[in-house]
Design a protein around this ligand. Structure first.
Ligand code: ATP
Ligand code: MG
Length: 410
């Protein structure tokens, strides 16, 4: 029996619209997916907006999951996709610049008014293949402008996170931010401090993990947002310019931690670790950030590094990021990249199985030689492992001869 090919995202979202329409409801694709389609970018998800209330959505489809039901959002299962299907709504009662407390269900036109930017306020009728534009979003898409829907002052006062979203869309798409929208952001910039560090980190991650990361940092600085991020440092012009040069020189696919290391390249590692914790980065991420910052300058001395030191560095999962950071800092400073090239050559010259081979001798060998477990134990074993990595011996019998000498010399 031939298997049917899996349902595409578009077909899944189309099926949701079709069924709602068959039951007399209005239903459209909405928001970011319309923007992406008009830009010729494949949307990551397709959201449906409808005048059907949540209970009706649930009745009409076999597989549903209520998610933000107080906001009128239901996930509808179609094939392997879950299509976010939301009832047209107006958001009410923004408390303290965060999420709305209450919503009322309305029309498509009213629904656009709660959305953040004109380019995100578009609808698309996939049956008629027609864009529905109540907010001049298509004109702003053509002119490459991020413009708040309605009064920008009010929109950023309602939800402060939108300020970071404006920067993110501007950088990701290579757009400018409309003057009135940018001025409103500048006036509200300090309120970004009221947004939880997790939500700020999520937005920042989307910006810094994107190749346009240097522009993002420039925008954040220009709009006055950078100083109010939960990093807790000031940005004199020289520092900012250098940070942006380093960010520009990173590989395109750098992640949040590598980008943060570039942004904070001149910051002592302990202080940078504190900033990462302020951003609610995980312990692993915080550790990686401080490892990158403490090791970066050590790579300058790669030619003098004993093999054991180099191998222990090179085996770290972030080593390729370390090479990238070191290269970006060197490029930004206009220094010769000889040490970086030497490190890459040295890495390439070490067979994979010799980077972190299992130790040839263990604590049991020490006990067999009559030593009691104690502080000397790990010191001797560390010295033995370093000697092994240095290539002083390559098999167990020779290792045991070395061990006896080491113990005998105590
Ligand atoms: P992305 O490609 O990052 O997913 P998106 O535009 O789809 O971009 P989402 O966060 O998925 O962004 O939100 C979907 C839509 O919901 C947006 O296009 C916008 O219309 C609306 N929206 C999301 N967050 C906000 C907000 N904070 N304020 C107003 N409208 C918002
Ligand atoms: Mg989206």
């Amino acid at each position: 029996m031939r298997r049917r090919p899996p349902m595409s995202l578009e077909d899944a979202a189309l099926a949701v619209v079709r069924r709602l329409r068959e039951h007399g409801h209005e239903a459209l694709w909405a928001g970011g997916c319309v923007r992406d389609m008009l830009l010729g970018v494949e949307p990551a998800d397709i959201d449906v907006a409808t005048d059907a209330p949540p209970d009706t959505i649930v009745e009409l489809f076999r597989r549903t999951r209520k998610v933000g039901v107080q906001f009128g959002v239901v996930l509808v299962g179609q094939g392997r996709h879950w299509i976010e299907t939301a009832t047209f709504r107006t958001d009410l009662d923004y408390r303290d610049g965060r999420r709305p407390e209450q919503v009322v269900f309305t029309t498509a036109e009213e629904d656009t008014k709660r959305r953040d930017f004109t380019i995100n306020g578009l609808f698309y009728d996939p049956l008629e293949r027609k864009v529905i534009d109540y907010v001049n979003g298509q004109a702003d898409l053509d002119a490459k402008i991020i413009r708040a829907i309605g009064n920008p002052e009010e929109r950023f006062a309602e939800d402060h996170l939108r300020m970071l979203r404006a920067v993110r869309f501007a950088c990701r798409l290579g757009f400018t931010i409309d003057a009135a929208t940018a001025e409103a952001i500048t006036r509200h910039a300090d309120r970004i401090q009221r947004i939880s560090a997790e939500r700020v980190r999520e937005e920042l991650e989307k910006m810094l993990a994107h190749p346009s990361r240097a522009e993002a940092v420039n925008w954040l600085a220009r709009l006055g947002l950078l100083v109010y991020l939960p990093l807790g440092c000031t940005w004199p012009d020289g520092r900012l310019a250098r940070a942006c040069q380093i960010l520009t020189a990173l590989p395109k696919d750098a992640d949040l931690i590598l980008a943060l290391a570039a942004l904070l390249a001149d910051t002592p590692a302990t202080q940078a670790a504190r900033m990462a914790r302020n951003l609610r980065c995980s312990n692993q991420q915080t550790g990686d950030l401080s490892w990158l910052l403490t090791r970066c300058s050590q790579l300058d001395q790669v030619a003098d590094m004993r093999p054991a030191t180099f191998k222990k560095l090179a085996v770290h999962p972030r080593f390729s990021d370390l090479l990238a950071l070191h290269q970006a800092v060197g490029t930004a400073d206009g220094r010769p990249l000889e040490a970086n090239r030497a490190a890459r050559r040295r890495l390439a010259g070490i067979p994979q199985d010799q980077l972190a081979p299992p130790p040839l001798v263990t604590g049991e060998d020490l006990i067999a030689l009559g030593l009691q477990p104690g502080p000397d134990f790990s010191r001797i074993l560390d010295a033995m492992y370093d000697a092994q990595l240095d290539g002083e011996f390559a098999d167990r019998p020779t290792a045991l001869i070395h061990l006896r000498e080491e113990v005998g010399g105590q």
